[in-house]
Design a protein around this ligand. Structure first.
Ligand SMILES: Cc1cc2nc3c(=O)[nH]c(=O)nc-3n(C[C@H](O)[C@H](O)[C@H](O)COP(=O)(O)OP(=O)(O)OC[C@H]3O[C@@H](n4cnc5c(N)ncnc54)[C@H](O)[C@@H]3O)c2cc1C
Length: 427
């Protein structure tokens, strides 16, 4: 079993090659500089380059090094916690419905980009499922379904038998499906976006951390180990991997360490009974149960250990227990890969957009929904850099707020796992 604290060994072993993107060497002028080479930054660079903008992207490691190369690959055009009506209550009807429309369209954006640019990432727009792990959770899913359906989203309720057929698991009580969702090979998608951005004219530099950001006359200068970029606009797309580049930005979100584990390939007979139509799903548990198969029929699932210590042993044990419950037809199985990554959570689980200073924009905090929403955020940041939207932004522009006692919040967030397990069991 391979344990990695780098991007997932599974996804690196099965993704297409990373593009050539040499470190920045020397001083460079540009219209826009993007910091961070995950979905947000790469989507921003791609959309800017397509408009003929001179854009430079700086990535400290390689494209997809952060959460974009480590996630479960589920493309989900819906909020983590909120329903559309909650968002309207929170932001008012105009702003709330703008955000609802933007989120609803985010999965189609991902799959359209994949088709348009011929990105090879095992994309399956099969629909995303959310099964209820307890009967008491069905009412909440019905409300979610009804509110998205009222806004024209392609959603449907799924009864118990149908859900058993789609998941291949006998334990669920029904649920809902969002037809525009699906799943991808996450690192393949990030690398594909990088290739597309470079082909469109973006300059992408890997192994180039942005070390300092300062005002030089009426432009911004980003300093790197062996060079600098001067630009009118800076887009910060560093999410849970945010460092000290912009004061306070890292302390505005909670970076939660999340683990993944992949079984050895299931035999053809067993694989035909597990997610037989190649769906992916995250159920209603707060302690995160998400499953999908990769192209070789490995079952890839999330795990939230209480502590990261001796994670390998703990994860194996807890995943076996989970498989016994959800997929009793899977025999005792080996696990091929374990890895982890940081998810950028916000306190209310809604994404954040900030204009930190004139010409400096940041988008982050997708709370586990960043494949679709991060890609949409990247396009939106590009539109901001091009001067679009005025005050009518799809994502509300909010001031940067650092979380009080941030140093305590991060370890305390681990304690929440126990609370979540208790609530899940109680449901
Ligand atoms: C284990 C796990 C499972 C997940 N599962 C799902 C899922 O199934 N579905 C879903 O929608 N979302 C999921 N997510 C969330 C999703 O992966 C993220 O929201 C998304 O990838 C964020 O993309 P991003 O581009 O904003 O950030 P990232 O992909 O994290 O990229 C940020 C990049 O910024 C770079 N960087 C940081 N500082 C600097 C600097 N100073 N200079 C240069 N570069 C810098 C980092 O190296 C990093 O590559 C999951 C996340 C994790 C960790």
């Amino acid at each position: 079993m391979q344990t990695s604290n780098f991007a997932s060994g599974l996804w690196t072993d099965t993704a297409g090659p990373a593009p050539e993107a040499p470190p920045l060497d020397g001083a460079r002028q540009a219209d826009v500089v993007v910091v961070g080479g995950g979905y947000t930054g790469l989507s921003a660079a791609l959309h800017l380059a397509q408009e003929g903008t001179d854009v430079v992207l700086l990535e400290a490691e390689t494209p997809g090094f952060g959460a974009s190369g480590r996630n479960n690959g589920q493309v989900i055009p819906a909020y983590t916690r909120h329903n559309p009506d909650d968002v309207v209550r929170e932001y008012g009807s105009e702003q709330g419905e703008r955000l609802n429309r933007w989120v609803a369209a985010s999965a189609d954006l991902v799959f359209d980009l994949i088709r348009h640019h011929g990105i090879e990432c095992d994309a399956a727009q099969q629909g995303w499922l959310q099964p209820a792990h307890a009967e008491s959770r069905l009412g909440g899913l019905r409300a979610k379904h009804d509110q998205w359906a009222a806004r024209g989203a392609p959603v449907e309720m799924v009864d118990r038998d149908t859900m058993a057929g789609l998941t291949g698991s006998p334990v669920y009580h029904g649920g809902w499906m969002h037809r525009s969702g699906g799943h991808i090979q996450p690192l393949g998608y990030a690398r594909g976006l990088a290739h597309a951005a470079i082909a469109a004219g973006a300059s992408v530099h890997c192994r180039t951390p942005a070390l300092e950001l300062r005002r030089e006359g009426d432009r911004w200068r980003v300093l790197t180990p062996r060079g600098s970029v001067d630009a009118d606009t800076v887009l910060l797309a560093t999410n849970a991997y945010t460092d000290a580049l912009w004061p306070g930005l890292a302390r505005s979100i909670v970076p939660v360490r999340s683990f993944h584990i992949a079984t050895a390939p299931l035999s053809a007979n067993v694989a035909a009974t597990v997610l037989p139509d190649n769906h992916g799903f995250s159920d209603t548990r707060q302690a995160l149960w998400a499953f999908r198969k990769d192209r070789d029929n490995r079952l890839v699932t999330t795990c939230m250990p209480f502590t990261p210590f001796s994670a390998r042993r703990t994860l194996r044990r807890s995943t076996l227990a989970r498989l016994r419950q959800a997929y009793p037809q899977i025999p005792e199985t080996a696990f091929d890969y374990v890895w982890d990554g940081k998810v950028a959570m916000t306190t209310d689980r809604l994404p954040r957009y900030h204009e930190l200073a004139p010409g400096v924009h940041a988008g982050l905090g997708y709370s586990g929904r960043g494949i679709a929403i991060g890609t949409a955020m990247g396009r939106f940041l590009a539109e901001r850099a091009l001067g679009q939207h005025g005050t009518e932004t799809p994502v509300p522009q909010t001031p940067l707020r650092t979380l009080p006692l941030h140093d305590l919040v991060v370890p305390l967030s681990r304690m929440l796992v126990l609370y979540y397990r208790w609530r899940d069991a109680r449901a």
